[in-house]
Design a protein around this ligand. Structure first.
Ligand code: ADP
Length: 287
């Protein structure tokens, strides 16, 4: 966990950890994370995201959850896995409709892997001087390696890398950034697990999705009936408003074509309405 910190910082953290209860234990790891957060903030290139989401908060997407759990097992004890000859997982690409849980999955995987979640906003790397953008990209990737093991989340990656290949000058910077990123992905051996999300991949260059970059690519579609049922249940339960008289089957039938975010907002709004009407129980009809 101390990886990427200076000797001075390490000694300071150990001192603090020792002084608060006379021991240095695993729970002092939070302090290390706080220290890392400070230097991530100072860099302005990455953002540390605090997450509460657990893998159980995702309704459906069973294949993805199972896959993440397996990779999580590797990440939780990465040194041991490497000693066994296991390759360090590179990352995952999630593609699909908005509001279906891609960001949710990125956040939940950080909890599952027990590592920090850092977001890279590629749009923020563009600088006005020649070479500045690529330099920022290299610095950001180096920083991610310094805080590894971590998850590097790149949201809506197609927005950053679309239009590569047509020959305008702004695109040549994008193309070079893209090249820097691809080479890093290809050669990466550090425990930085990349989670890239995209709504649409038609504008992404094909070499991006070639094997060797990401370990796996998942396509996420609108939730089916069984998944909608789970999503209703999760969001009602989360707010303490689930009870067995709610006719989930009827709700599922009425919400064909809804995404997870739509379902969540219908639950939220209903609970608010019931409260404002001075009633206590959320009924199926309300929903
Ligand atoms: P995306 O990144 O795919 O556009 P998000 O993950 O941001 O969508 O989804 C928005 C919100 O909708 C989530 O924070 C979550 O509360 C809810 N949601 C979406 N999909 C699901 C799901 N499969 N299970 C539970 N909640 C979901």
């Amino acid at each position: 966990s101390f990886k990427g910190l200076s000797q001075f910082e390490i000694v300071q953290i150990l001192n603090l950890a020792y002084h608060d209860d006379g021991m240095i234990t695993a729970k002092d790891k939070d302090m290390i994370l706080q220290e890392k957060e400070q230097f991530i903030k100072k860099s302005g290139l990455l953002e540390l995201i605090h997450t509460k989401e657990h893998i159980e908060d995702i309704g459906g997407l069973e294949h993805l959850k199972k896959w993440l759990q397996r990779k999580g097992k590797i990440f939780n004890n990465i040194e041991r896995a490497i000693a066994h000859g296991v390759d360090v997982p590179k990352g995952l690409m999630l593609i699909g409709m908005p509001g279906c849980g891609k960001s949710l999955a990125a956040k939940a995987s950080a909890k599952l892997f027990e590592v920090p979640l850092v977001r890279l906003d590629i749009g923020k790397l563009f600088g006005k001087y020649v070479g500045e953008s690529e330099d920022n990209m290299r610095k950001a990737l180096k920083l991610a390696e310094a805080v590894s093991p971590c998850i590097l989340w790149i949201d809506e990656i197609e927005k950053a890398f679309s239009g590569i290949g047509d020959n305008s000058s702004s695109n040549s910077v994008t193309t070079r950034l893209f090249g820097t990123f691809l080479t890093w992905m290809q050669e990466k051996e550090s425990a930085v697990f990349v989670v890239a999300t995209a709504n649409d991949i038609t504008s992404l260059p094909p070499e991006f999705l070639r094997k060797g970059r990401f370990d796996e690519l998942f396509s996420i579609d609108l939730p089916n009936a069984e998944e909608r049922l789970k999503i209703f249940q999760i969001h009602l339960q989360k707010r303490g408003r689930f009870h067995y008289d709610i006719d989930l089957k009827r709700l599922v039938e009425a919400t064909d074509g809804y995404n997870g975010a739509d379902i969540e907002s219908s639950v939220k709004e209903t609970i608010e309405n019931v409260y404002l009407d001075d009633r206590n129980i959320v009924e199926t009809d309300d929903l």
